[in-house]
Design a protein around this ligand. Structure first.
Ligand code: BGC
Length: 802
């Protein structure tokens, strides 16, 4: 291969395709989002691709928030396998997912696309999905690696997180999937980590991902994330996506020629890319069926398994066919079944709840109750809804988050539903005492204003294309709800200290809370929550008994087998999610009260009893010790807690574990960072002192202030450069342009945020290389008031400077 050919392989041909080399028969392969179905964009008239094209019809499965709540690894694998079948039919070689980022805050706009606040659960779900896809010969892209947990300024924010927290919270899901499933690709994320872009983060991409975890596939930059192409080749970021018009290919060639890049480093990347392309091509088949009908059924089953019954007073559910019902809420008619952004699927059909009622021949009276715009309030709609609800045996009310409330590209600012939804429920409860609420949302919502006034709440999250049918089956008892929350529902947005550090900018986001994310925080601080992690009801009841440990004392590396019996004590069949948490009874270093280390889902006929088994390895007892840069188990007693939720522990026993490394130094934070050691006493604190976070971080944290004229770099965003005259001009022109185009797009808010948050370095990629590196440097110079900027901008358009 010539040097130019090698370099050409390192970036995309289009938005979705890799570059071929015809002379050498190197094929071009197609990648598509992902994760909960395929978004393969239709070719444009000229045969090319772009992001504005509608997608080919493909099954829209429920997104990760819903499938994670099923806690059903087999089901998630089935969904993965089905997506792979559709990928084959559509000639897509790699599905861009799953996303195993942790839900650090309930406010992250992209939470619907991620599995959980817990790394163990995220890892298991991610691995099952990858297994399902890859066993059918299709590749995945495990994303977004790593510490990418807010959407605000997502393309340039610097994540400041201490090593222990990174290892215990943000990396384990990636680690587990890589070690157990060997995903074909990993996507390096937009953000920086400790001041370094993930696309050229040698430590994360080479030392950790490849050397420590044994990753053998290719690393693909998130779309437009590339920063320094030469450094990224050295770090092992193989592919830059999307196409950049050859701009960075030329950078690579030049760097090799002038000795800044060793060709051997490029060769490593190229060999991996070649293997990827040929492997993908080899698994291509002609005429593979898409199985859309079967997959609709699977999507329904996934939605049924992931829905969580949050409340059921007076046995209000399941409904009986003979009950005379009112259905209130536009969301019953206009199904909200997926989140907004790059994962938006174009399903061949959708079934709303009203359609499902019609299909089942179930009579009902319907009223809209609210509009889907803004806060939804419309007096006439509320009046009609109240009238419709009067005198009915049951009133089924659909509420939740509408599209604008949660999306990729920006974060939520609170956990409230649109005001009209809350108000409607309060008013309905005054005219009918049997209110059944169905919530559609991709992340936690606050229910305090009305929850005590309603009989039942079924949280269907986002149910995919068959969401309406699934809801019908659950409400009428054809399926018994068995989902459990994979995240905590807090009472208020700011019940967790994370709220003070989420989202953050203008330069960095500081993960000051350390390991105290989700239930790890609420449990340690002793804070009440609306619904705890792992919570979910059923139409039946389960009894837990006979907890047995394979040993009462073990050496760390022996492993432990835990068994127990679960009995269905009610009169309908159902499935129970048994959760195993481990508590270190006495630890030198601060630790969460307990952590999820195992789970299993068991289906039981009425009256049936089964024994279930969960195995634990040394990692179940370990914390990450930064003094030895390794996982470490302290000798001592550990409680094995078996729960129906994180706050409903049914059985417990103790095992004594002997450390394999008893003499390891254990970092002592009692003086340097007491906040973390005494969280309960500090639970009212609204700030975590900088010095204490620095003690954890092991170095001082950079200053987090807005950029000034003179400080702008290629990494500064459209929003950042506003303080300069030229920057302000660029900002104004782009924002004005976007405001014109936005209303015609699927998600106007996302587009507006994306433009403001876009760094100058991405202008090149997103214009397909029309704006060259020199032009972008010129823009930066002009914003900084540096002489010669304008000249660079102009010269950058000429062929020889590209
Ligand atoms: C998203 C990725 C996605 C890619 C391609 C990016 O903006 O962060 O998750 O796979 O676009 O659509």
């Amino acid at each position: 291969m010539t040097l130019e050919e090698k370099a050409s392989l390192c970036s995309g041909l289009t938005f979705w395709k890799t570059k071929p080399i015809e002379r050498l028969d190197v094929p071009s392969v197609w990648m598509s989002d992902g994760p909960h179905g395929l978004r393969k964009e239709k070719p444009t008239k000229g045969g090319g691709t772009n992001i504005m094209q509608p997608a080919e019809p493909a099954t829209c499965f429920p997104p990760a928030v819903t499938t994670a709540s099923s806690w059903d690894v087999d089901l998630v694998e089935e969904v993965g396998a089905a997506i792979a079948e559709e990928a084959k039919a559509l000639k897509v070689s790699t599905v861009l997912g799953p996303g195993v980022n942790i839900k650090r805050s309930p406010l992250c706009g992209r939470n619907f696309e991620y599995f959980s606040e817990d790394p163990f659960l995220s890892g298991r779900m991610g691995a099952s999905y990858v297994h399902g896809v890859q066993k059918n010969g299709i590749g995945v892209s495990l994303k977004h690696f790593c510490a990418n947990n807010q959407e605000h300024i997502r393309m340039g924010v610097d994540t400041i997180v201490d090593e222990r927290t990174l290892r215990e919270i943000y990396l384990p899901a990636f680690e587990h999937v890589v070690k157990t499933e060997q995903p074909t690709t990993v996507m390096s994320s937009y953000n920086l980590l400790g001041g370094k872009h993930l696309t050229d983060h040698k430590r994360m991409l080479d030392d950790v991902l490849r050397k420590e975890w044994g990753f053998e596939g290719i690393v693909i930059s998130d779309w437009g994330a590339m920063f320094d192409r030469v450094e990224s080749i050295k770090a092992g970021n193989d592919l830059e996506m999307p196409a950049n018009g050859g701009m960075n290919d030329r950078v690579i060639v030049k760097a090799v020629k002038d000795g800044r890049l060793d060709e051997a480093d490029l060769d490593k990347v190229v060999l991996r890319l070649l293997k990827f392309a040929f492997d993908c091509k080899e698994s291509e088949v002609e005429g593979a069926p898409q199985h859309l009908e079967e997959h609709h059924e699977l999507a329904r089953r996934a939605a049924e398994n992931g829905a969580v019954l949050l409340r059921n007073e007076n046995k209000a559910l399941p409904l009986k066919k003979e009950q005379n019902i009112a259905v209130i809420g536009t969301l019953a008619k206009k199904l909200r079944y997926q989140g907004a952004g790059s994962s938006h699927i174009n399903p061949p059909k959708t079934v709303s709840f009203l359609q499902a009622l019609d299909n089942a021949g179930q009579a009902y009276e319907f009223a809209e109750g609210y509009s889907l715009k803004g806060d939804g309030y419309k007096k006439s709609l509320i009046k009609k809804a109240l009238k419709t609800a009067e005198g009915k045996d049951a009133v089924v009310v659909f509420v939740g988050l509408t599209d604008a409330f949660e999306s990729e590209g920006y974060d939520r600012t609170h956990i409230n539903m649109p005001e009209a939804h809350n108000y409607l429920l309060e008013e309905l409860a005054k005219v009918n005492s049997n209110i059944i609420v169905v919530t559609s949302c991709g992340s936690p919502i606050q229910m305090t204003r009305w929850i005590d006034k309603v009989n039942a709440v079924l949280n269907v999250y986002l149910g995919g294309q068959a969401g309406g049918e699934a809801t019908y089956n659950l409400l009428y008892g054809n399926t018994n709800p068995s989902g459990k929350l994979a995240e905590t529902f807090p009472y208020r947005t700011n019940d967790s200290i994370v709220a003070n550090y989420f989202p953050m900018g203008p330069r960095q986001v500081e993960y000051r809370e350390g390991i105290y994310v989700g239930y790890r925080y609420y449990d340690k601080a002793g804070i009440d929550v609306q619904f705890p992690f792992g919570y979910g009801l059923s139409y039946t009841t389960f009894e837990y008994s006979d907890l047995k440990l394979s040993a009462k004392a073990i050496n760390e590396n022996d492993g432990l087998t835990v068994s127990l019996k679960v009995k269905n004590t009610g009169d309908v069949a159902g499935a129970e999610v048994v959760q195993l948490y481990v508590e270190d009874v006495e630890s030198t270093i601060f630790r969460p009260v307990k952590e999820l280390k195992g789970f299993t889902k068991v289906f039981l006929e009425a009256g049936e009893e089964k024994e279930v088994e969960i195995t634990l390895d040394s990692r179940a007892f370990a914390y990450y010790n930064v003094a030895i840069n390794d996982w470490h188990v302290e000798s001592g007693d550990f409680k094995i807690l078996i729960g129906a939720s994180s706050r409903d522990i049914r059985l417990e026993d103790t095992v004594n574990v002997t450390s394999a490394n008893p003499n390891a130094i254990i970092p002592d934070y009692s003086k340097s960072a007491p906040y973390y050691c005494n969280l309960k006493d500090n639970k009212d604190a609204t700030e975590i002192p900088t010095a204490q976070f620095e003690a954890l971080y092991g170095q001082s944290i950079p200053e987090n202030r807005p950029y000034k004229k003179g400080e702008f770099t290629i990494d500064s965003s459209v929003q950042d450069i506003k303080p300069s005259l030229v920057g302000n001009f660029i900002y104004t022109v782009l924002v004005a342009g976007v405001n014109i185009v936005a209303p015609t797009t699927e998600n106007p808010e996302m587009l507006k945020h994306s433009i403001k948050d876009m760094p100058i370095r991405s202008f090149g990629g997103f214009t397909g290389g029309i704006l060259s590196q020199m032009t972008m440097d010129g823009i930066v110079d002009m914003c900084n008031g540096t002489k010669g900027g304008f000249g660079k901008i102009i010269k950058g358009f000429s062929k020889k400077n590209r």
